[in-house]
Design a protein around this ligand. Structure first.
Ligand SMILES: Nc1ncnc2c1ncn2[C@@H]1O[C@H](COP(=O)(O)OP(=O)(O)O)[C@@H](O)[C@H]1O
Ligand SMILES: [Mg+2]
Length: 396
């Protein structure tokens, strides 16, 4: 299929998209490289766009928009959707997503972004939501259920975009039999609210027999999320604090304000909840897709892999968790050292937080089945981190 890769209403390039292999077989012309997905820019060499890594990376980027192979219960989801691979879903809705504005426009058609984007135009989410989040779902019945932004979500957790009163929300479940992720998301939001950190607001919801977290879309028709992974892709890797410092410099040079404070806030949160999963696709920046201006650091999102989630043992309290700082994995006591200005944190705002979390976990105990011991341990861990932060502030 001959088509044009679009960024909202801007033509990026013309190409042949192979609907069977889902690869880009040929690139005809690049119209506007600046509007291309950020990660592709560094592969662009003017003379020969087809024989350089540019075309391969275009295909890789597009494939990477799909549901990843490591999505929890992927086989079951594909069966319920009656498709063999996530790539089959990629171009069912022009490749559109709710995290950016890229899409494939077939040449010779008059399709308009305004008529197809998922920010303005509703989509049938009910069947996908059931297929993704319910324990007992039927096969989907309506082909329109495959024309949704659910074809283009990243991450390992079962998830689904839904619409409520016009707002697009992302629902996320737990991982395999673990159900703590949604509670950790809500705890993270409470901490961010109390400490005044920019964040995505997660609340709890129940879908059938499952507890899920629910957060509104933080992207609009005028913006896109560019993750740190994309930004760092063409920067030299040091495997040290240098990676972090260079990232801050890069964002500042693009005109984003308060970069260091905002990124420090993310690591303070990670320290408090012991988040082990701050990989480079779990944070980034927001860019204006019309002007290409870098608007802001993205609000803090995806905080579920926290509070010792992988090491819970009913018999003993193991504390063996480490956080991520760019390409390094570090104990949280080390990780927190990246925060230069810790005195600015008013830790008294966290007064009563373990009790608040204890109440929340007890409220849902009949669904989660968590023992009192587990709830108590989670609150002990949280309290321990708050006390550690207090000490750090006192000693700084
Ligand atoms: N509220 C949101 N608005 C827009 N895009 C989002 C939102 N939350 C997540 N995303 C996008 O979806 C991806 C997967 O979500 P994430 O919360 O990271 O899931 P997981 O826990 O499975 O990794 C993110 O990397 C981001 O690109
Ligand atoms: Mg994620």
């Amino acid at each position: 299929m001959k088509c044009i890769l679009m960024n909202k209403n801007t033509e990026v390039l013309s190409c042949d998209f192979n609907e069977v292999s889902k690869f880009f077989d040929k690139i005809y012309e690049v119209y506007n490289i600046d509007y291309a997905p950020y990660i592709l820019k560094s592969f662009y060499i003017d003379e020969d766009i087809n024989d350089t890594p540019f075309r391969t990376n275009l295909s890789e980027w597009f494939k990477g928009r799909g549901i990843p192979s490591w999505r929890d219960k992927l086989d079951l989801l594909l069966l319920r959707l009656n498709v063999v691979a996530p790539s089959e879903l990629l171009d069912k809705a022009f490749g559109l997503s709710l995290s950016d504005q890229y899409w494939l426009k077939p040449v010779g058609t008059d399709i308009k972004y305004e008529d197809i984007n998922f920010f303005d135009n509703d989509f049938n989410y009910a069947e996908f939501m059931e297929a993704s989040l319910s324990k007992n779902s039927k096969m989907i019945q309506n082909a329109s259920s495959l024309k949704t932004p659910n074809n283009t979500t990243d991450g390992m957790l079962k998830k689904a975009w839904i619409i409520e009163n016009g707002t697009r929300y992302l629902l996320k479940g737990g991982y395999k039999n673990e159900t703590l992720q949604p509670f950790n998301e809500v705890l993270a939001s409470e901490i961010c609210k109390r400490l005044g950190f920019d964040h995505v607001e997660y609340t709890l919801d129940t879908y059938k027999d499952t507890v899920v977290s629910k957060c509104p879309c933080f992207i609009t028709k005028d913006t896109e999320l560019i993750t740190c992974y994309q930004i760092r892709n063409d920067m030299k890797r040091h495997d040290s604090i240098e990676d972090y410092e260079e990232y801050i410099k890069k964002l500042e040079s693009e005109g984003i304000k308060d970069v260091r404070t905002k990124i420090e806030n993310m690591y303070i949160l990670d320290f408090l909840i012991m988040n082990e999963d701050r990989h480079l696709n779990n944070f980034g920046i927001i860019r204006d897709v019309n002007t290409l201006k870098w608007v802001d650091v993205a609000p803090i999102f995806d905080n579920g892999q926290s509070l010792n989630i992988e090491y819970y043992d009913e018999e003993e309290l193991h504390i063996s968790s480490e956080g991520k700082l760019f390409y390094e994995v570090k104990p949280f006591d080390e990780l927190i050292k990246v925060v230069k200005d810790i005195k600015r944190i008013d830790v008294s705002k966290l007064e009563g937080l373990p009790k608040w979390f204890d109440d929340l976990l007890h409220q849902y105990q009949n669904i989660t089945g968590y023992s009192d011991t587990r709830i108590n341990r989670l609150c002990i861990l949280l309290n321990r981190q708050i006390n550690k932060l207090k000490k750090l502030i006192e000693n700084s």
